[in-house]
Design a binder for this molecule. Structure first.
Ligand SMILES: *[C@@H]1O[C@H](CO)[C@@H](O)[C@H](O)[C@H]1NC(C)=O
Length: 314
C-alpha cells in the first residue's frame, strides 16, 4: 500500500484511542445477555496501552519498519534491535491495522523477558484470533497463547498497568472455552486486574471503561446464572448501574470523547436508571461522534434506535 494512504489512515483517525466493543454475550450466544466472566471483544482493542503514543509515531517509523525488515531478513537484527525500537514499530503496525505483520514482528521475540514486549505479544495474538479468516481451532490456540503471554508479562513486571489490563482481557477471552464455574471464578480475577491497571495508571480511560463494562455486565447477569453463581460462590460477582455509571463518567473525564462506545454506555446506563433526559443527552453525543471504524457505525445505529424509542415513549 502506498505510504500516503497508510499515513492518512492513522493521522486523522486517532485510532490509537479507540477500542473494540465488548459485547456481553450469553452462553447461548444471544445478544444482550452475558455469561459471567465472559466478555467478548468483537473488534480489536485499539488502545495498545500507550496512550497517545500512536500520535508520536511518525513517517519515520514507517520507513524504519521497511528498513528493519530488510535487515531482519539478513537475520542480524535480533540481538541488536533495541526494545524501544521494536515497540515503536509494533505500535505503528497496530495503528495501521497491519495485524499479521505485527504478529510476525513480535513473534520473533516470544522468548523475551520484557513485559512491554510480552503484553504486546498477547495483544497481537488475540488480534490475529479476531480476524474473520482465522479458523476456529486456530482461534482457540491463539486466545490461550495470548493469555500465556499476558501472564508472563505480569510475572516479569507486576507494576506494568498494560500487563494487568491485557491479562484481564485475555482471561475473559478464554471464557468462551471454559465452563461456567471457571467463568465465574475468572470474573473476580478480571475485576482485580482491571482495578490494578487503573490504580497503576489512573489516566488510562480504556481500563476505566472496561471496568464500567464489567459492572454493567454483572448487573445484567441472567437470573439462572446468578443462581448457579450463588451455589458455587459465597459472594457471586455483582454490581449496580450506579457503579457502572461512575466508571463511564470517570473514563470520560480522563479522556473526553475517547471512544464512541463509552458515550453509548453512558446513555444506556442512564436509560436503565430511568433518567431519560441524561440518556438522551449522551445518546445525542454518541450520534454526533465522528464514525471512523466499523464499530463506531454500529454504535451510531444503536444510539439512533434508542433515541427513536425514547421519543416514542415520551
Ligand atoms: C515495570 O513497569 C513500570 C511501569 O511501566 C516501569 O516503570 C518499571 O521500570 C518496570 N520495571 C522493570 C523491572 O522493568
Amino acid at each position: 500500500m502506498a505510504l500516503a494512504a497508510r499515513l492518512w489512515r492513522f493521522l486523522p483517525l486517532r485510532r490509537g484511542a479507540t477500542l473494540g466493543s465488548w459485547l456481553p454475550m450469553g452462553t447461548s450466544g444471544s445478544r444482550g445477555q452475558c455469561g459471567p466472566g465472559q466478555f467478548r471483544v468483537s473488534e480489536v482493542m485499539r488502545n495498545p496501552g500507550t496512550f497517545k503514543r500512536g500520535l508520536l509515531v511518525s513517517a519515520l517509523s514507517y520507513l524504519g519498519f521497511e528498513t528493519y525488515q530488510v535487515i531482519s531478513q539478513a537475520a542480524v537484527v535480533h540481538a541488536t534491535a533495541k526494545v524501544e525500537e521494536i515497540l515503536e514499530q509494533a505500535d505503528y503496525l497496530y495503528e495501521s491495522g497491519e495485524t499479521e505483520k505485527l504478529s510476525q514482528l513480535l513473534t520473533q521475540y516470544k522468548e523475551s523477558e520484557d513485559a512491554e514486549l510480552l503484553w504486546r505479544l498477547a495483544w497481537a495474538s488475540r488480534d490475529v484470533a479476531q480476524l474473520s479468516r482465522t479458523s476456529e481451532e486456530e482461534k482457540k490456540l491463539l486466545v490461550y497463547e495470548a493469555l500465556e503471554y499476558a501472564k508472563r508479562a505480569l510475572e516479569k513486571n507486576e507494576s506494568n498497568f498494560a500487563a494487568h489490563k491485557w491479562y484481564a482481557i485475555c482471561i475473559s477471552d478464554v471464557g468462551d472455552y471454559e465452563g461456567i464455574k471457571v467463568k465465574i471464578a475468572n470474573a473476580y480475577i478480571i475485576k482485580e486486574h482491571f482495578e490494578k491497571a487503573i490504580e497503576l495508571n489512573p489516566k488510562d480511560a480504556t481500563s476505566i471503561h472496561l471496568m464500567g463494562i464489567w459492572c454493567y455486565t454483572f448487573v445484567e447477569m441472567p437470573w439462572y446464572q446468578r443462581r448457579i453463581a450463588k451455589m458455587l460462590f459465597a459472594a457471586p460477582p455483582s454490581s449496580t448501574y450506579e457503579e457502572a455509571l461512575g466508571y463511564f463518567h470517570r473514563a470520560e473525564q480522563v479522556d473526553p470523547n475517547f471512544y464512541s462506545k463509552n458515550l453509548l454506555l453512558l446513555g444506556k446506563t442512564y436509560l436503565k436508571l430511568h433518567n431519560k433526559k441524561l440518556a438522551a443527552f449522551w445518546l445525542m453525543k454518541t450520534k454526533d461522534y465522528p464514525a471512523h471504524t466499523e464499530e463506531d457505525k454500529q454504535v451510531h445505529t444503536e444510539a439512533a434506535q434508542l433515541l427513536t424509542s425514547l421519543k416514542r415513549k415520551v
